[in-house]
Write a protein that binds this ligand. Structure first.
Ligand SMILES: CC(C)(COP(=O)(O)OP(=O)(O)OC[C@H]1O[C@@H](n2cnc3c(N)ncnc32)[C@H](O)[C@@H]1OP(=O)(O)O)[C@@H](O)C(=O)NCCC(=O)NCCS
Length: 227
């Protein structure tokens, strides 16, 4: 009689899980980036550096047979992470994939017209994640994260379990708060974060252009949680 293996949450393995989690990122990234060259580059921004630079803060959903089908990945200290990204990650990018050649950084890409240039500029400008115009975000919530699960494993409680595993790990390390930046159009994700205890960052950012607290000029929401 075959035994049914239940999915569960475990620490991610930066080597064994690298390819499947790269794939999860490609499949779950925002709709605008789900095709063509931007889709091939996206995981090098929102997945690979976390597993390489701080694997002890990365957790996976295991399908019960050893296959990783979702993740939460986190940088416990965004300031140090941006520095490591510049010093240790940027120099190896071209050896990972020739697509990742350093682009002209100036002028900034028009994302509506050239998505590939936009993602490459983001990749080569890790200091963006420090939100210099609003340093309080990273001061009060030093960690930041990304979470994605393949559709077949969504709405089964694994997102919450991944978060709980991560919060425990961050608390153990004495990290006082965590933030994330998400597309404002992703209403399902916003509901998820609110349901498990995140809230909008309480400041009006980008000179109040959006008129809402914790919403930047690009329509992204800044979600935060104290630990
Ligand atoms: C967002 C995501 C990480 C949530 O993980 P999940 O495993 O689906 O969520 P859970 O099952 O742990 O949900 C926990 C609670 O959040 C709330 N929730 C989750 N998804 C929700 C939705 N679509 N609508 C309303 N509430 C939702 C519910 O209260 C849920 O508890 P319940 O199922 O007992 O009612 C996952 O759905 C996902 O990867 N989505 C696609 C990629 C994505 O959007 N990533 C986030 C980018 S910012």
């Amino acid at each position: 009689m075959s035994v049914e293996h239940q999915p569960f949450v475990r620490l991610a393995d930066p080597v064994e899980d690298a390819a499947p989690l790269f794939d999860v990122c490609k499949k779950t990234v925002g709709p605008a980036l789900r095709a063509g060259t931007p889709n091939l580059i996206a995981p090098y921004i929102w997945n690979v550096p976390y597993l390489r630079l701080c694997p002890e803060y990365c957790f996976a959903v295991d399908d019960g047979n050893g296959n990783a089908v979702g993740y939460v990945i986190c940088a416990p200290n965004t300031l140090e992470f941006a520095k490591k990204w510049r010093e240790e990650y940027l120099p190896i990018l071209e050896s990972l994939d020739p697509l990742l050649r350093k682009p002209e950084m100036d002028p900034p890409a028009d994302w509506g017209k050239d998505l590939t240039l936009g993602v490459l500029q983001l990749l080569y400008n890790p200091e963006d994640m420090l939100h210099d115009a609003c340093p309080r975000l990273v001061e009060e919530y030093p960690a930041h994260l990304h979470i994605d699960i393949l559709p077949d494993y969504q709405r089964k409680g694994f997102g919450k379990k991944l978060m709980e595993a991560l919060w425990d790990k961050l608390r153990e390390a004495g990290v006082k708060g965590v933030h994330l930046v998400m597309e404002g159009r992703n209403l399902d994700a916003e509901r998820f974060y609110m349901a498990i205890g995140y809230s909008r960052f309480d400041e009006i950012v980008d000179e109040g252009k959006s008129g809402e607290r914790g919403k930047d000029v690009n329509g992204n929401l800044w979600m935060v949680k104290r630990l």
